[in-house]
Design a protein around this ligand. Structure first.
Ligand code: ZN
Length: 433
């Protein structure tokens, strides 16, 4: 365990560099790293890691190889030029446990920008919050990982275990970024992912499937409307069928550990819709994109079968040969996971959190996707998804709470020191930074 002197020095070092950390976080937010456009943000993080003396690795995602993995999510984009970045710190003599500090650099689209109170990319600080798309989800976390390490070093200590700093892509759509890092061989004794989790630890979360439904109708002139078949009208019927499936799955929440008390854990979202060609033509087609959720322990294939069966039934209920309902996978095809209670990693985090916040670490179940499933399900690593307070992630005026970021950074810094171990002696004799 850490002695009080080390703890005090580490947390003081976080405070001392905190303005610099906020500045760095702001810089990172100013890179609009939406899907396939993460390059400049990755350049920025690559340079920041290299400057810390880490051994650098950067590679393009290999879709062909990813496809072979059960955790792969079908991609609708090509991965040309889409890269992950990993910087590795290796101690002189490995004595402590190893650690992966992971974060995703991709952010979701901003939506109608005129509904933001300011530019989504200006990273303004107002009344204790830092604004911007990706501020909470999760560039504050990516920066916290690096500055937590800095604090250990600035405290005159050096970790005695290997640490991999990962900045991955594709977390918001397939999970293929973290999967690619795992397939490249990165493993450790524990993983921390500082997603915006309200200063709490994620105990369990859902899996997610993305798919596109296409309803084909029969086009006619509107004057002969009854002879046609309206694909847009029919889509409502298909959506209602999916809503009924969602209700069924929510009714089963009592059968799933950690989900009994979650209000509506299974959310189906109709996130995109397009259809028709002309106001005076009965529409021949309508397409909509769905994000569905599944409980941990339910194989994605099983959930997919239930979804496609539901779509087939609804197709029959349309009562005409003129209609056709088809579906394709378009992204996430992932299972949920549970963080087993009582791991050593969790006990260490509990101590670090208590030291910083002066309150016990709380755990909770979240109905959203997390890359934690990659490390947990396929790497068998205890994965702590734990990060700052945020508001409006994926919405307008996304923001992250600055004091919370400071505390989370302290907590991660103490975790690094206790988990990996630290040496004062080696820090003195080495000029590693
Ligand atoms: Zn996120």
């Amino acid at each position: 365990m850490l002695n009080q002197d080390h703890k005090d020095r580490i947390t003081a070092a976080v405070d001392a560099a905190f303005d610099q950390q906020l500045h760095f976080t702001g810089e990172l937010i100013r890179h609009p790293s939406v899907r396939t456009e993460e390059g400049s943000a990755q350049d920025f993080l690559y340079a920041a890691m290299r400057d810390r003396g880490f051994a650098m690795d950067r590679w393009e995602l290999d879709e062909k190889a990813l496809k072979e993995h059960i955790g792969y999510g079908p991609s609708t984009v090509t991965y040309d030029g889409v890269t992950n970045v990993v910087g590795t710190f290796t101690p002189e003599m490995e004595r402590g446990k190893s650690l992966i500090l992971n974060g995703h650099v991709d952010v979701v689209p901003v939506g109608p920008e005129d509904q933001w109170n300011r530019s989504p990319w200006d990273a303004a600080i107002i009344d204790g919050w830092m604004y911007g798309r990706g501020s909470g989800d999760m560039k504050a976390g990516l920066a916290a990982n690096l500055f937590a390490f800095d604090a250990v070093r600035a405290a005159g200590l050096i970790p005695t275990g290997t640490i991999h700093f990962q900045s991955v892509v594709e977390e918001e759509c397939t999970g293929n970024g973290s999967l690619s890092a795992l397939m490249r061989g990165y493993t450790a004794d524990a993983v921390i992912i500082p997603e915006p989790e309200e200063n709490m630890l994620v105990r369990a979360n859902v899996g997610v499937i993305w798919f596109k439904v296409r309803v084909a109708g029969k086009p006619t002139h509107v004057r002969e409307m009854s002879e046609g078949f309206n694909a847009i009208d029919a889509s409502y019927t298909v959506m209602e069928a999916l809503r009924r499936l969602e209700t069924e799955w929510n009714a089963e929440r009592d059968e799933h550990l950690y989900f009994e008390n979650v209000e509506h854990p299974i959310n189906f979202n109709f996130g995109l819709i397009r259809g028709g060609d002309w106001p005076s033509s009965v529409p021949a087609w309508c397409e909509f994109d769905v994000r569905a959720a599944l409980y941990p322990g339910v194989p994605a294939e099983k959930a997919w079968k239930a979804i496609t069966d539901c779509l087939q039934e609804s197709s029959k209920s349309l009562g005409t040969a003129d209609a056709e309902v088809t579906a394709n996978k378009t992204g996430f095809f992932s299972e949920g996971y549970v963080l087993e209670e009582g791991s050593t990693a969790e006990l260490v985090l509990e101590r670090c959190h208590q030291d910083v916040f002066d309150t016990p670490l709380e755990t909770f179940t979240t109905p959203g996707y997390l890359d934690g499933r990659v490390f947990t399900l396929y790497g068998n690593m205890p994965t702590l998804v734990y990060g700052p307070i945020s508001e409006a992630i994926h919405g307008f005026d996304e923001r992250v709470n600055i004091e919370s970021v400071r505390q989370i950074t302290k907590s991660i810094a103490l975790f690094i020191a206790e988990w990996c171990g630290v040496s004062e002696e080696e820090a003195r004799t080495q000029n590693r930074i």
